[in-house]
Design a protein around this ligand. Structure first.
Ligand SMILES: *Cc1c(COP(=O)(O)O)cnc(C)c1O
Length: 361
């Protein structure tokens, strides 16, 4: 297998762009896709010729293994355009490592690092017009791998497809959310796939999340499957708690996804001298902090929303409103992160990654 793919990369350009049909001020998240997509198949133990082609449906057999046994992993990243029109990504090296970790856990082949970056750079360059300048405008990047063998025997697939699709989105302020602490259902278990960005982790959450929504809450904060006492994560976001001025988040484990936003907030907070505590936090401690007034904030952290403040949590049938201070950690860290992402400030951590658009157009 040649790893020099720049000479071995098929490009089929879309004859016309659909960009003129898109209302960029009224985008519904994840419903609009750019002109091109990246595709690479794994056959006979090797990744085949990578290809960029017009965004289009893929034809597959009903026996496709992913439909039956769920071998599917994905990533979520964003591309940003600064005021000078340069295109940036945020810590894509982390996503590259993570999709391969997820793939390995699901017995899927790893996708070569150089190919991952070549694909991202070429695709974003071809569709760079879709990335609009200005805070809140981004292209959401969705790399994923699915099992494509045409066979319903319950065993790992011998064929896979790696794809990257791009969706222009506008982030909007969705308002502070109310959450329920999980007391019965679980998202993941010791030794399971909770730390992988596996499609099935989401499927398993939809039903309990719907139950929470029927009660008027928007999200579930998952607890450990054994005791339901330790606060873990929000299922699409990692979660932070501020008790007095300490910023607390659960340690990563095989039940919790190692979020890039989470670890970036930890690094920023530590660099600012915040008392960051990466430790287990029990529901009892949280309830006590809510009762004695020391609980100042809860917020989720993830690529899609950056940070999502929580206005109240429910546990054991009781609602605990959170009286947030005027200057919140959540607003502060959101600003610190987005300033770096949109190239508005220095990047002391070396997190920004420049997409070399000129190279490919
Ligand atoms: C993607 C994801 C997150 C957030 O990770 P980021 O790298 O910050 O986007 C958190 N939890 C789960 C379960 C996820 O799938």
């Amino acid at each position: 297998m040649s790893t020099d793919i720049s000479t071995n990369f098929v490009i089929e350009k879309a004859p016309t762009s659909r960009i003129g049909d898109v209302d960029f001020d009224n985008l519904s998240f994840g419903t609009v896709f750019t002109d091109h997509m990246f595709e690479c198949d794994y056959v006979n133990g090797e990744w085949q010729t990578p290809i960029i082609r017009p965004y289009q449906p893929i034809m597959v057999h009903p026996a496709l293994k992913v439909f039956h046994y769920g071998q599917a992993v994905f990533e979520g990243m964003k591309a940003y355009k600064d005021d000078d029109g340069q295109v940036w990504m945020f810590r894509p090296d982390q996503n590259q490592v993570r999709i391969n970790k997820s793939a390995k856990r699901l017995a899927m082949p790893e996708f070569p690092k150089e190919w991952f970056f070549e694909a991202l750079n070429r695709l974003l360059s071809m569709d760079s017009e879709w990335i609009k300048k200005g805070e809140g405008n981004v292209v959401y990047i969705r790399p994923f791998i699915i099992a494509t063998q045409n066979e319903i025997l319950a065993s790992p697939s011998n064929q896979y497809k790696f794809m990257i699709i791009l969706s222009p989105v506008r982030s909007y302020f969705r308002g502070d959310v109310s959450v329920v602490i999980a007391e019965h259902y679980s998202r993941s278990a010791d030794g399971g796939v909770g730390a992988a960005k596996a499609a099935g982790n989401y499927a398993g959450q939809f039903y309990p999340t719907n139950l929470a929504k029927e009660q008027g809450y928007q999200q579930v904060i998952w607890t450990d499957a054994n005791t339901h006492q330790f606060l873990e994560e929000a299922g699409t976001m990692n979660v932070f708690f501020r008790i007095n001025d300490a910023l607390i988040t659960a340690p990563i484990s095989d039940r919790i996804l190692d979020g890039v936003t989470r670890k970036s907030i930890i690094d920023i907070a530590q660099s600012e001298g915040v008392d960051v505590q990466v430790r287990k936090l029990t529901v009892t401690e949280l309830v006590n902090a809510a009762n004695d007034g020391s609980l100042k904030e809860i917020f989720g952290a993830g690529t899609a929303v950056v940070v999502s403040p929580v206005k109240s949590f429910s546990y054991n049938g009781v609602d605990y409103p959170i009286d947030q201070p005027e200057h919140t950690y959540s607003a502060h860290f959101k600003k610190r992160l987005t300033d770096i992402q949109y190239n508005r400030v220095e990047d002391p951590f070396g997190w920004r990654y420049k997409v070399d658009v000129e190279k490919f157009v």
